[in-house]
Design a protein around this ligand. Structure first.
Ligand code: ADP
Ligand code: MG
Length: 321
């Protein structure tokens, strides 16, 4: 590498994230020292993005940096926790300054937005791969989990799932759309919005929560399995964005909302007794979430359309040819 590892870290990563008073020792030593507030639990998660697997090789560096943190923020959000500190393990084929500057801008912009400090990491040479570890805090015993949904609870999802899957298909030229629609959908893939503020507020209302990364239907199924219940989704209730409907039609938009990936939305359940308070205190329009179904006795996740259970093949739905 033209740039030494130390120079690279100094230049692009030392001041990349937020400054926080609870970081006693950040980048520069052998490990970071962090203070967890009394009465809180440490929440830890990690996710890796491999070039050519989790993003197209030619993705803009700003998107790679943003997504590497966003996918982890989404996991912390789904726990109802507040993100605080990140570590970055970066494997690069070569130290290209323009690429690194863009990458650091993508990661750092989102980190500062959520007051996340970058407190350490590792830099190695090899095929492009970005791994972020994110630590957060939550009041002890207060985290949301996948388990906890009860029959009778209402089922919700944030945002408009399906957009990111269409955005990725556009990126990879497996789908075509008019320019205005294309820009919106591509951005939903390239720069997803982790629902951190919503997740944290949901601790007061939700009985269970999961983040939607592998497709709403599959992830609702995981929540149901962990809770020992069934999830019933209403096809007609699925929130689909106007650009998605205009790009692929209503039918395909709803299939993508169910089975597309990379949404980084929250799927959560709320007991009937808390629904009125939820609607009053977190208005669905302002907070961007929609009721999509109900929790029942049983197992698995099903989609009901005009009163009939839809069949999904094991191989999943074929989005694009
Ligand atoms: P060591 O060899 O002891 O692991 P390094 O020379 O790899 O130390 O790293 C020096 C410092 O820079 C450490 O504090 C480490 O956490 C940090 N660091 C290394 N790579 C990154 C990176 N990509 N992003 C943020 N911090 C990094
Ligand atoms: Mg090291």
């Amino acid at each position: 590498m033209a740039l030494t590892e130390t120079a690279l870290i100094e230049r692009f990563f030392r001041a990349c994230g937020a400054q926080r008073a609870d970081v006693s020792l950040g980048i520069g030593d052998d490990a970071a020292l962090l203070s967890v507030p009394p009465g809180c639990e440490l929440v830890a998660t990690t996710d890796t993005l491999v070039a050519g697997v989790h993003f197209p090789i030619q993705s803009p560096a700003v998107s790679i940096g943003h997504r590497a943190l966003a996918v982890n923020l989404s996991d912390i959000a789904s726990m109802g926790a507040r993100p605080a500190w990140a570590l970055l393990a970066l494997t690069l084929p070569r130290a290209e300054e323009a690429w690194l500057a863009e990458f650091a801008a993508g990661l750092g912009g989102l980190a500062r937005e959520h007051r996340v400090a970058l407190v350490g990491g590792d830099t190695t040479q090899g095929p492009l791969c970005v791994s972020v570890q994110l630590l957060g805090v939550v009041v002890a015993g207060g985290a949301l989990r996948r388990a906890g949904a009860q029959p009778g609870d209402a089922l919700f999802v944030s945002g408009t799932p399906g957009d990111a899957a269409a955005g990725l298909a556009l990126e990879q030229a497996r789908l075509e759309a008019p320019p205005e629609k294309r820009d919106y959908l591509r951005e939903r893939f390239l720069l997803p919005t982790p629902r951190v503020a919503l997740g944290e507020r949901l601790r007061e209302y939700a009985s269970a929560c999961i983040d939607v990364s592998d497709g709403l239907l599959g992830d609702a199924g995981k929540l149901a399995r962990a809770s020992g219940v069934a999830a019933r989704l209403e096809f007609e209730a699925l929130p689909v964005s106007q650009p998605l409907v205009e790009a692929v039609g209503d039918e395909r938009a709803r299939m993508l909302a169910l089975t597309g990936g990379d949404d980084y939305e929250l799927c959560f359940t709320v007991p009937a007794s808390r629904l009125a308070r939820l609607a009053a205190e977190l208005p669905p329009r302002a907070w961007g979430y929609t009721r999509i179904g109900t929790v029942l006795v049983g197992e698995g996740a099903v989609v009901v359309r005009a009163g009939t259970v839809m069949e999904f093949s094991h191989s999943g739905y074929q989005h694009f040819t």
